[in-house]
Design a protein around this ligand. Structure first.
Ligand code: AMP
Length: 587
């Protein structure tokens, strides 16, 4: 496909705020796309050349892009910078300057989506001497053949700042319109901006939509889901897990107390310790053991001990388990909160050494696949029964999550208190016969913990400090994410961050945050900077208030940074829906 076709779609989608119209545009685009190319095309539509489960990160700075634009348009560095100051968006700078240049030169070859995709994907693997120049060359090659609007989106894709706003929900609905439009009687009235549905039709629409979402969550592959859609809704419903392909993990909303858990889940309930570690999904097959984080990143190399426990202590040739890995100090044998262990997730060197100093214990709580059979539609108690029969637990290596099955609220409360006394975060309570629902926050599991729910927020901006702090960014604009994948601000945080430099890896200092954010700057205006939404932090606060100051419509009162969430992507941040739920929950 020509890149200009994709560019037209970006322009169409940004031209309207009407969700149904956006869905129509995307669906029309999908109808033009060969199914086998859909995985790449939809990734590109969303501005992501890497799938969630791929490890590579682009990490191209604005400085590099300035050079690229200068090189490929023949403008001086100063001219490009001036244009950047004027517009505040390097994408638009590229568009404007390419336009100026193209008035005097001829268009060269047509760019294809594959060419853009391939070039950008090469970027993270270039390192060593001369790597910056090579990267500049690869991006410039694209810009030199780009038409003005194409240049804008190439730059934005490279900077991972699309400003188009195509979230999961929109993609899912566009799939639905494309393949089930007739079957579901989707008649979009563009003038009135509605679909005229009967109640029954709407129910069917929602059911199909859930099925498609589930297929995305299980396969994380848009081409595969497209192929299933062509076969019909039954094929989508019966989508298969594939060993080695990570599936989105099941999530849960919060409840206020044990009674609410019974109300939501029925009786009896399964109450489990909620460990303060990080989620890992582990696949074992003939090809070996692969470990994925909650954001589906492959971290097998970083956790050699976990690989060994899974090989030795679980019997079976092929399986997928869901677990929480909890770190402890090798010397004191004491469990450590997540922030101490998070350094292991990103570690590239000295892995063996660190795994000895800060080993993890694997708490296994679910079995999703065993010897060729998917278990996710089976009830939880059956899955756990099977899990218990194949695992040989050894404390401080691999254990089963502690649990209690009960229909007595007092018993459940006692178990919860015990978990807190043991230093755990709280409990996860599960419906004993629930299916495993990938990626879902509702249906089958809830969590119970004592404190105001912390939020995972994305840093979207910052302010340089004053006086002796002028080398640091000291106040950070924070945002949550809405259903379209847009970031909505919810406040500013400046507390909970340490001043001292040279602290250990897990302490967050102003210096460290500044270093992380500098390459992400997209716009500077006096002391204020805007940064690409990339860094996720966990914050506490006293209360959520309604607010007209921030684009989310809410503000956090006294937000305080707790830790960096290096295991989360920006689009895995807390959602607008959660914030609304917490807002009403706190009353
Ligand atoms: P939260 O991160 O507060 O939304 O809580 C949900 C997270 O708790 C899950 O994503 C897991 O990483 C973690 N967790 C800890 N223990 C368990 C357990 N027994 N069952 C399921 N999730 C658990």
């Amino acid at each position: 496909m020509n890149y200009s076709t994709l560019t037209e779609l970006y322009e169409q989608i940004t031209s309207t705020s009407k969700r149904l119209l956006k869905t129509k545009y995307l669906s029309d685009f999908i109808k033009k796309s060969p199914i086998e190319d859909l995985d790449i095309l939809i990734r590109m539509v969303r501005g992501k050349v890497f799938a969630d489960y791929e490890e590579e990160k682009l990490g191209i700075s604005s400085k590099i892009i300035l050079k690229v634009i200068s090189l490929s348009t023949g403008m001086t560095a100063k001219e490009v910078e001036d244009e950047w100051k004027k517009t505040g968006d390097l994408g638009i700078v590229a568009e404007n300057l390419v336009k100026t240049k193209k008035q005097v030169t001829l268009f060269s070859n047509d760019l294809t989506v594959n060419k853009v995709y391939d070039n950008i994907r090469r970027l993270p693997n270039i390192d060593g001497h001369g790597s910056v120049d090579t990267k500049i060359k690869i991006i410039s090659e694209l810009l030199t053949s780009a038409k003005p609007a194409e240049a804008k989106y190439i730059v934005r894709t490279v900077l991972e700042e699309m400003r188009v706003g195509i979230g999961d929900g929109l993609v899912r609905d566009a799939f639905l319109w494309t393949w089930f439009g007739n079957e579901l009687n989707i008649n979009f009235n563009e003038e009135k901006n509605v679909i005229d549905f009967t109640d029954e039709e709407r129910l069917a629409y929602n059911k199909y939509s859930d099925n498609i979402q589930r297929a995305f969550d299980i396969t994380n592959d848009f081409s595969k889901v497209g192929q299933l859609c062509v076969k019909g809704i039954e094929a989508v419903e019966n989508v298969n897990l594939e060993i080695g392909n990570p599936i989105k993990v099941m999530l849960c909303p919060k409840v206020a107390d044990v009674n609410e858990a019974f109300e939501k889940l029925g009786s009896p309930i399964q109450v489990e310790y909620k460990y303060d570690g990080f989620r890992v999904q582990i696949h074992k097959s003939k090809k070996g053991v692969v470990i994925f984080t909650r954001s589906l990143e492959n971290v097998t190399i970083q956790f050699p001990e976990v690989k060994e426990y899974v090989e030795k202590n679980i019997s079976g040739y092929e399986f997928i388990i869901d677990c929480e890995a909890v770190g402890f100090d090798e010397k004191t044998q004491k469990y450590m909160p997540f922030q101490h262990i998070s350094q292991r997730i990103k570690r590239k060197h000295g892995i063996e050494e660190l795994s000895k100093k800060l080993p993890v214990e694997l708490n296994v709580f679910d079995l999703l696949y065993y010897e060729g059979e998917s278990l996710i539609k089976k009830p939880l108690n059956k899955r756990v029964e099977k899990l218990e029969s194949i695992i040989t637990p050894i404390p401080k290596k691999i254990v089963l999550a502690r649990k209690l099955i009960t229909n007595d609220a007092n018993e459940a409360q006692k178990f919860y208190n015990q978990a807190l006394d043991d230093g755990e975060e709280g409990v996860i309570i599960k419906k004993v016969d629930s299916e495993y629902k990938p990626g879902k926050r509702v249906g089958g599991w809830v969590k119970l913990k004592p404190v105001m729910e912390a939020l995972d927020v994305v840093i979207t901006g910052a302010e340089w400090g004053e006086g002796k702090r002028s080398e640091w960014m000291t106040s950070f604009a924070i945002a949550i994410v809405d259903e379209f994948g847009e970031f909505l601000e919810i406040g500013k945080v400046g507390t909970g961050i340490k001043e001292l430099e040279g602290q250990s890896d897990d302490v967050v200092t102003f210096d460290k945050l500044t270093e992380l954010l500098k390459p992400l700057i997209i716009e500077e205006n006096g002391k204020e900077v805007m940064v690409r939404p990339h860094i996720v932090i966990e914050v506490n606060y006293e209360e959520i208030q309604k607010s007209t100051t921030y684009s989310s419509g809410y503000a956090l009162r006294f937000p305080r940074l707790i830790r960096l969430r290096e295991d989360r992507n920006a689009d895995g941040a807390s959602t607008a829906e959660m914030v609304e739920e917490f807002y009403y929950g706190q009353k």
